[in-house]
Write a protein that binds this ligand. Structure first.
Ligand code: AN7
Length: 360
């Protein structure tokens, strides 16, 4: 039987005997060691596959707890603003636990797979002329009067639940990694990993906390630029956020661990997404690939990675965003007849060599 977050980490979660057990099978996602890039950079690189969560992103780690606490409070309606993944996750848990789910999304700026998920799970979808920051502001204004439970990361239980990602990494590595790279949008996830590592390492009597690198997209980088971005833009729509709600804790995470916020361009994001797919067999969404793009940037700028344990959090599944994949990751399809000779010719004419020579 797969372990259940709610049970397995009960001692580290704010649950009690009156908290209903909520689970869709979230968590315990694979921590996959990179073969080709570990060798290339002489380090021990891992990818945490958060796209393997039930709704395809890390949001489920926080959502199970936010929904459990909403049920504990006898709430019947949940609401969120979202760049996509929060809405997919909220809609999934809302469907399972008979909650009315309302999602407020920025018009035209959410990946089609995420929108379809919210629809399939039966959420009420409200699309606004505006960006995520404005959607979140609206959610804050209307939720009290309408008795909605907000399930954005401003709900403290979201961060509490998302701490479990760090527990799993420590349990698996038997220590914390030297460096952790992760995408930053609203800055909730980096904050919860920071809280999680601190809490878990203390209990396990492990000293070192990883150095946090929070990666933002070039034109949506309020934490790098040190100011609110009024009109954020990036093809990594998941992290198209100009005014992160959890800035303070995220800054603490980076400062206390001598880490850094850095920004990567859309080109670097797509290149990283393609590299992870083509050389590790892992298809993550663009925002998630920002973590690896950040690592590559730091390596190019001289970060010492030799023999270091490094984790990149791949926050969401690549299948969520087929439009960007269509645009940037497409490759040639060779068309031919069903005749085996012509298929053979097509294969030979289309073969290419891998940049990695490692044999298995
Ligand atoms: C794949 O769904 O904000 O820094 O509304 O979907 O905790 O915000 C998504 C964010 C990274 C950034 N990777 O995490 C939403 C939303 C993916 C994401 C982030 C998001 P935070």
């Amino acid at each position: 039987m797969k372990k259940i977050l709610f049970d397995h980490y009960k001692d580290f979660l704010p649950v009690n005997s009156s908290t209903p057990m909520v689970s869709l099978g979230e968590g315990f996602t694979p921590l996959v060691k990179s073969l080709n890039f570990s060798e290339k950079y002489d380090c021990e690189l891992y990818f945490k596959l958060e796209g393997c969560n039930p709704s395809g992103s890390f949001k489920d780690r926080g959502m199970f707890l936010a929904v459990a606490k909403a049920l504990e409070k006898k709430k019947s309606k949940i609401i969120c603003a979202s760049t996509g993944n929060t809405s997919a996750s909220a809609a999934a848990y809302g469907a399972r636990y008979n909650l009315q789910t309302i999602v407020i999304i920025p018009s035209g700026k959410i990946a089609v797979g995420k929108l379809l998920q919210a629809m399939a799970y039966g959420a009420q979808i409200v699309s606004i002329k505006g960006n995520f920051d404005q959607a979140l502001e609206a959610v804050k204004q209307i939720s009290d009067s309408m008795d909605f439970e907000i399930v954005n990361s401003i709900n403290p239980f979201r961060l509490e639940g998302q701490k479990t990602g760090s527990f799993e990494i420590v349990d698996e590595l038997n220590q914390s990694p030297d460096y952790q790279f992760m995408p930053v949008g609203n800055a909730g996830n980096i904050s919860s990993y920071f809280m999680g590592y601190k809490m878990y390492l203390e209990r396990k009597k492990i000293k070192d906390i990883p150095t946090f690198f929070g990666i933002q997209a070039e034109n949506s980088a309020p934490l790098v630029d040190g100011k609110i971005i009024e009109n954020p833009s990036t093809l990594a729509t998941a992290i198209r956020i100009g005014n992160p709600a959890s800035s303070d804790l995220a800054k603490e995470a980076v400062n206390e661990t001598q880490g850094e916020f850095l920004k990567v361009s859309d080109e670097e994001i797509i290149s990283a997404q393609s590299l992870i797919a083509k050389h590790e067999g892992i298809f993550c969404e663009p925002a998630s690939a920002a973590s690896f793009a950040g690592l590559l940037k730091k390596i190019n700028n001289g970060l010492d990675v030799k023999n270091k344990k490094i984790v990149c959090i791949l926050t969401g599944n690549g299948l969520k965003d087929p439009e960007n994949a269509q645009k940037y990751l497409k490759s040639k399809i060779i068309k031919t007849s069903s005749n085996s000779e012509s298929i053979k010719k097509a294969i030979i004419s289309g073969s290419s060599t891998n940049i990695f020579k490692r044999m298995f």
